[in-house]
Design a protein around this ligand. Structure first.
Ligand SMILES: Cc1cc2nc3c(=O)[nH]c(=O)nc-3n(C[C@H](O)[C@H](O)[C@H](O)COP(=O)(O)O)c2cc1C
Length: 200
């Protein structure tokens, strides 16, 4: 049975465009993948810890040498990696913050990019046969042809990052409030069609 990992990033529990559209994706995916399992990882509600010295020791030394503190630190990373490994499809709903991604999403990325675990020492991504859909909510208009299209550093970064760990089948849906006048309530109307198509 297929598994969908749904990652929510927005700090807003209500009125969030990315949350609304990611939930819509999940509903459509469930309707079209009978028996499939959905795992939700809410980074906005429970941000992962930043990488620290304990994490670095844990990631770069054998498990049998780990102190209880290091073991507990690296377990957080191991659990997040296991969620990714178990998923067939990942839907990531995130706002753009200052032309890039929110810090909580970067914290998650730093937890799941692991040499020898998700990317090999010779730069081969190890998470194969997976697909990702990224729903990027922005205040500005970054559509092709917009004068500020090139300011969008989030799309290229996320595509490169997923590719780095082996997930090269990535679709990005720009949920652009300036273009469509969307807010959390009207987002489904404005962007529902591409989201439903990606989920199906
Ligand atoms: C701290 C912060 C930084 C933001 N930076 C940008 C930005 O650089 N470009 C942009 O178009 N919108 C920016 N926005 C607007 C959000 O991307 C937009 O409101 C988005 O809909 C938020 O996602 P959500 O609706 O899922 O909560 C920013 C919002 C916040 C709170």
């Amino acid at each position: 049975m297929p598994t969908l990992l749904a990652i929510q990033v927005s700090p807003r529990p209500e009125g969030s465009i990315s949350r609304t559209l990611t939930s819509l994706f999940v509903d459509q995916w469930q309707a079209t993948h009978a028996g499939g399992a959905v795992v939700v990882r809410d980074l906005g509600a429970a941000p992962p810890p930043f990488v620290d010295v304990s994490w670095m020791i844990g990631a770069y030394s054998p498990a049998e040498t780990h102190s209880p503190e290091v073991a507990a630190t690296i377990k957080v990373s191991n659990d997040l990696v296991a969620e990714l490994q178990a998923a067939d499809h990942i839907v990531l709903g995130t706002p753009m913050f200052n032309f890039g991604i929110p810090a909580v999403l970067k914290a998650w990325i730093d937890q799941i990019v692991r040499v020898g675990v998700t990317v090999s020492a010779d730069n081969v991504g190890l998470l194969t046969d997976k697909k990702a859909t990224i729903i990027l909510a922005t205040g500005g208009n970054f559509a092709p042809g917009s004068p500020i299209e090139g300011y969008n550093l989030a799309s290229g970064y996320l595509r490169q990052l997923f590719g780095w760990i082996g997930i090269t089948d990535v679709e990005i849906i720009l949920a652009d409030r300036a273009t469509a006048g969307a807010n959390g309530e009207t987002a489904a109307e404005a962007f529902g069609a591409p989201v439903r198509a990606a989920a199906a």
